[in-house]
Ligand binder design. Structure first.
Ligand code: IPE
Ligand code: IPE
Ligand code: MG
Length: 232
C-alpha cells in the first residue's frame, strides 16, 4: 500500500554527534566531521527517492564559531570539498542546492562555492537541499524585524508578510525535525518554523546514521497525528 501522502514534504536534520563519534575511536574531532559526509550523501539520495521535497541540514550554527579555529577551518574546507565532490550527482538527480544563514562572515572561497552551487542547480525541481551555514534562529528573526523596521509600517504584519523576511521564505515549515547524537534540544535551529514540526530524537551519532533508521523514522512520522491545536 502506498503511503505517499504521509511522506513529509519538508524534513530538517540537526546532524549532531560527530565529535563524540571520533572520541569513542580515539580520533580527532575532525575525523568525526569527515565521517559525517557519507550519511549526508545517503540521506539526500533517499530523501529525493522518497519524494521529500525539501531537506534542510544543520551544518554550522551561529554559536559554532566558539569552537577552536582548527575545527572551524576544517569544517569550511570540508563543506567546499564535499559540495565540489557531490554536486554533479546532486545536479544529475534534480536537486536544487540552497543555503540558509548569514554567509557574510565566511572566507571568500566558501562564498564562491556557495554561489557556484546555487547558480548551477537553480533550475532543478525534484528536491531542494538547504544547508544551514552560520544559521541561528534568533538571528534570523532579529534580521527579519530589522528589515521590517527599515521599510516602516506600510502594511499589516501577518504571518505571511513576516515569512517573506526569513531565509526560508520559499519553503513550507518542516514537517519533521530529526536530531541525532542524543541531545534533546533545538540549539537555535528553525525556531520560528518549528512551531508545529514533529520532533524525533535518536541517540545514534550522526556518522552512524543509516538509511534504515531514516526510513524507520519516516514510518513513525506517518503514524503521528498532527492536530495544530484543533480537535481530531
Ligand atoms: C555536529 O557534531 C556537527 C557540528 C556542530 C558542526 P558535533 O561536532 O557537535 O559533535 P558532538 O556533539 O561534539 O559529538
Ligand atoms: C547543533 O549542534 C548545530 C549543528 C548540528 C550544526 P551543537 O553541537 O552545536 O549543539 P549544542 O552545543 O550541543 O547545543
Ligand atoms: Mg554537538
Amino acid at each position: 500500500m502506498s503511503n505517499e501522502s504521509l511522506v513529509p514534504i519538508h524534513v530538517a536534520i540537526i546532524m549532531d554527534g560527530n565529535g563524540r563519534w571520533a572520541k569513542e575511536r580515539g580520533l580527532d574531532r575532525t575525523e568525526g566531521h569527515r565521517n559525517g559526509i557519507k550519511p549526508v550523501q545517503i540521506i539526500t539520495r533517499i530523501s529525493a527517492k522518497q519524494g521529500i521535497k525539501f531537506l534542510t541540514l544543520f551544518a554550522f550554527s551561529t554559536e559554532n564559531w566558539k569552537r577552536e579555529a582548527k575545527e572551524v577551518n576544517f569544517l569550511f574546507h570540508l563543506f567546499v570539498d564535499s559540495i565540489n565532490t557531490y554536486m554533479p550527482e546532486l545536479h544529475e538527480n534534480g536537486v536544487k542546492i540552497n543555503f540558509i544563514g548569514d554567509i557574510d562572515p565566511f572566507p571568500q572561497f566558501v562564498k564562491k562555492m556557495i554561489q557556484f552551487a546555487v547558480k548551477t542547480t537553480k533550475n532543478n525541481t525534484r528536491m531542494v537541499l538547504s544547508i544551514a551555514l552560520n544559521y541561528g534562529g534568533r538571528r534570523e528573526i532579529i534580521q527579519a524585524v530589522e528589515k521590517l523596521l527599515l521599510l516602516g509600517k506600510t502594511h499589516e504584519i501577518t504571518e505571511e508578510v513576516f515569512k517573506q523576511f526569513l531565509y526560508t521564505k520559499d519553503q513550507p515549515d518542516p514537517d519533521l525535525i530529526i536530531r541525532t547524537g542524543g541531545e534533546k534540544r533545538l540549539s537555535n535551529f528553525l525556531l520560528y518554523q518549528s512551531a508545529y514540526s514533529e520532533l524525533f530524537f535518536t541517540d545514534t551519532l550522526w556518522p552512524d546514521f543509516t538509511e534504515r533508521e531514516f526510513l524507520q523514522i519516516l514510518q513513525e512520522f506517518s503514524k503521528r497525528v498532527r492536530k495544530y491545536g484543533a480537535l481530531k
